[in-house]
Design a protein around this ligand. Sequence first.
Ligand code: NHR
Ligand code: GAR
Length: 213
Amino acid sequence: MKSIVILISGRGSNMEAIVQAAIPGARIAAVISNRPNAGGLAFAAAQGIATAVVDHTAYADRAAFDAALAAVINRHAPDLVVLAGFMRVLTPDFVRQYEGRLINIHPSLLPSFTGLHTHQRALEAGVRVHGTTVHFVTAELDCGPIIIQAVVPVMAGDDEAALSARVLAQEHRIFPQAVRWIVEDRVSIDGSVARVAGVREPGVLISPPPEDV
Ligand code: NHR
Ligand code: GAR
């Protein structure tokens, strides 16, 4: 049985999708938030999952917060740590501790639109396709090896709410898929590229046609 710790900052819908996927061989050991009022904490607690808050505002700097966060994570001795809408940049020391077992979902087709406000920036750039990426976390923000991506169309009249909702539906499909592959020991890291055993086109998933989204 693999033990998974999920870090959130807010709503927690991606965490919920992973919990509800009930992945064989995986146990969600804990859900940890840096924000005391994160909506996702209530769902996790209601599922009988251990929850914790490590409030970043209580720490003098990023190093102190990351050390406190790692201490709480390590109580659960996780095989995998999952950033699911976690909104704090992590220090290189923290990332090194979890090398190869720390993943994130990012709301864009990386390497486009690293950082924040991805949907608004995609609209302003006039891109015709947008999407989401699950990747291993490395010290460099949003630059780690890509495990899976999903593509969605940008449609005439889209605003940030419409586009983010279309992307979020795909996040809820690809994030549990990526976790399942890792739990099945099918994902390896080859330099800057992640490979998935038994998947012919590693890490790429095309979304269903727009009318189905
Ligand atoms: N840390 C490292 N080292 N590497 C990555 O790839 C990371 C990471 C921490 C979080 C998620 C990421 C995203 O998917 C992630 C990837 C937060 C920010 C940010 O600027 C940027 C990217 C991501 C998460 N956060 C502000 C900060 O000062 C705070 C913003 C807020 O609290 O709302 O840390 O997009
Ligand atoms: C998701 O869209 C996720 O990709 C994004 O925040 C949302 C969290 O939703 N992550 C980031 O922007 C990381 N900087 P959720 O809390 O409902 O999963």
